[in-house]
Design a protein around this ligand. Structure first.
Ligand SMILES: [Zn+2]
Length: 427
């Protein structure tokens, strides 16, 4: 109770406009597709006009492309504009930032895979509307963000910071693991008593579930939601997590710069928060326009993921009219280099997924490529019964163009960062 009060106070101070935005999103949650699209178009026009007026970068870009936001009346017109990448956001950072004097800004910092980091200002309404979209997702599961929650992020926290983080966690009614040892996990699991949700990297949720199952720990929990972020979810994760907590991991999709793009509904479909973002798909790649990003406008942004959108007429059983992202198919441009040809980076994932669907063989893996034509495949499971069929399946897809070294019984997780299914140092 005290924590809920503290939480409400914290929100009121940090995100004064949040409750207003959440109330709106809870209402638009039941809108028809026509209503949603009409709202989106209107908001997009307003956002484009804002970017044109307040961002030197977009003023120049729109003029160069002879794009007039005042004449915007169809989302298709967005295609007249160029796409931007993380590199654009880094290189033209100062020019992209809008000149509008926001009353309150937050500093955001994200690190890129190539080591370059991106820093930008997020105005309060952006941050609040984004949180509102996330909290709407929570509401689908009967979860209040102020509810007690377990948090599984990187464990690699500097000792100096530990106290500060513990205090911040307490304010958010949150607890986490500070080191990966069985004793800590046990404590974490015990702490789940009274918690309503668990969130973090899905590979770490999986590790905790595994320990809970192995130790036969009886946890008296009342979890309503387990949310995984920014990582693939193996079938085996779901099995283990289901066994430990009776729930499956649901996905939330987005990034700091794009904002929350989609949230999985109880029917298992990822609905796009189209009140906040516009998602385009171009040759399988996602382009995002973040209509909240007024302090640092982000228009037609190449987030770097390959996606698959559901059919226009697709109807989810949950009744929401928000369009659905069926699949996130890995990163753009990641390639497996064979002796004579190249393969999409997602191909190994597909083989492993196929093993599970067609042969009931569930494997956790990580593939690494350092030399052309050779891949090391690390597999967590120890049973080698599947080796023969795995090799056969790999051959079916890759012919003799790749030699696979398969290692069973491997520890895949370093417990510090998210787990990549494919790491390549070539290509
Ligand atoms: Zn749904």
């Amino acid at each position: 109770m005290v924590y809920k009060l503290l939480y409400a106070l914290g929100i009121w101070k940090r995100n004064p406009s949040l409750s207003k935005h959440l109330a709106f999103l809870l209402e638009s949650d039941t809108w028809s597709k026509e209503e949603l699209l009409e709202y989106q178009l209107h908001k997009c026009k307003e956002f484009l006009e804002f970017a044109y007026t307040h961002s030197a970068f977009y003023q120049t870009t729109f003029d160069d492309y002879n794009f007039k936001p005042s004449e915007f009346k169809d989302l298709e017109q967005l295609k007249q504009l160029p796409t931007i990448s993380k590199m654009t956001l880094i290189r033209y950072n100062r020019l992209i930032h809008s000149s509008y004097p926001f009353r309150k800004n937050f500093r955001a910092l994200t690190s890129g895979t190539t080591g370059e980091s991106l820093a930008f200002l997020k105005n309060e309404e952006w941050d609040s509307q984004n949180r509102a979209a996330m909290f709407r997702g929570y509401s689908w599961y009967g979860v209040n963000p102020a509810d007690k929650n377990g948090y599984l992020w990187g464990y690699n926290i500097e000792p100096k910071q530990t106290l500060k983080i513990k205090w911040l966690d307490r304010l958010q009614n949150r607890f986490r693991i500070f080191s990966y040892c069985p004793e800590e996990i046990k404590n974490f699991a015990k702490n789940l008593k009274g918690a309503k949700y668990l969130h973090g990297y899905s590979s770490m949720i999986y590790e905790v579930a595994k320990l809970v199952n192995r130790s036969g720990l009886k946890i008296d929990h009342d979890l309503k939601m387990i949310k995984g972020t920014s990582e693939m979810v193996f079938d085996s994760y779901q099995e283990e997590v289901q066994k430990a907590f009776g729930l499956k991991i649901l996905s939330e999709y987005g990034s700091a710069e794009s904002g929350l793009i989609a949230f999985e509904c109880p029917e298992g479909n990822m609905h796009i928060a189209l009140e906040n973002v516009i998602v385009e798909e171009e040759d399988g790649e996602i382009l995002v326009t973040n209509m909240l990003s007024k302090s640092f406008p982000i228009i037609r942004y190449r987030l770097g993921d390959m996606i698959e959108l559901a059919d226009k007429d697709f109807k989810c059983d949950c009744g929401r009219a928000h369009p659905v992202i069926l699949n996130i198919n890995g990163r753009v441009g990641v390639k497996i280099i064979g002796k004579t040809q190249e393969f999409p980076g997602r191909m190994i994932y597909n083989v492993i997924k196929n093993l599970s669907v067609e042969h009931g063989i569930v494997l956790n893996y990580q593939a690494r490529q350092h030399i052309q034509g050779i891949i090391d495949l690390y597999i967590e499971q120890t049973e080698k019964d599947s080796q023969c069929i795995l090799e056969k399946e790999l051959k079916k897809y890759f012919k003799n163009d790749i030699d696979f070294n398969i290692f069973y019984g491997q520890n895949l997780h370093n417990m510090e960062e998210k787990l990549n299914d494919f790491i390549t140092t070539i290509g």
